[in-house]
Design a protein around this ligand. Structure first.
Ligand code: GAR
Length: 189
């Protein structure tokens, strides 16, 4: 069995899609949802789908081994960030070299970096008059939105798109592609 740990800070629509994608898979499973936000709705989604959860604060994440220890206990093979807003600390990066992936709601290297998440990304894309946007799945390193790109998919940005309508197009792309790309990566481990 290969195990996936999902890190998420908020709503968790991607996390839910990923859990459901692997629910009947006999060789890949989502072994835990990890969150820095005790009020994140992703935790409710996880509980409803019987996936164990772990909540941690800044000190636990950056100054202790408790998260790494839990990842080891869960026999984690791949870490998937799905709307997770903190940088991954060195101890986890070291232990999971090339085994941490993230999804970003734009076509990196544009519209990435610190503070670029959620609707801020879509606002910036629309403000710049871009004709297209999309999603980027990439490996995670010590910087925001910086690691090697694994997969991109595009959508059009129309004149009448709002950050909300663009977010909805992007979410559709994310839900369609992220679980499949994750499956391919896990199969190759
Ligand atoms: C997703 O659109 C993801 O690309 C974005 O957060 C959203 C989470 O949605 N991530 C970032 O902006 C990271 N820089 P969800 O909670 O519904 O899955």
């Amino acid at each position: 069995m290969k195990n996936i740990a999902i890190f998420a800070s908020g709503n968790g629509t991607n996390a839910e899609r990923i859990i459901k994608h692997f629910i009947n898979n006999e060789s890949i499973s989502v072994s835990g949802i990890y969150s820095n936000n005790e009020n994140a709705f992703v935790l409710t989604r996880a509980k409803n789908l019987n996936v164990p959860t772990m909540v941690f604060n800044r000190k636990m994440f950056y100054e202790s081994e408790v998260v790494v220890d839990q990842l080891k206990k869960d026999k984690t093979d791949l870490i998937v960030l799905a709307g997770f807003l903190w940088l991954v600390p060195g101890n986890i990066l070291k232990m999971y070299k090339n085994r941490i992936v993230n999804i970003h709601p734009a076509l990196l290297p544009k519209y990435g970096g610190k503070g670029m998440y959620g609707s801020r990304v879509h606002e910036a894309v629309i403000e710049a008059g871009e004709k297209e946007s999309g999603i980027t799945i990439h490996y995670v390193n010590e910087k925001y939105d910086d690691g090697k790109i694994i997969f991109q998919a595009k959508c059009t940005v129309n004149k009448d798109d709002t950050p909300e309508s663009l977010a909805s197009k992007i979410h559709k792309l994310e839900h369609r592609h992220y679980p499949e790309v994750i499956e391919k990566i896990v199969m190759s481990l």
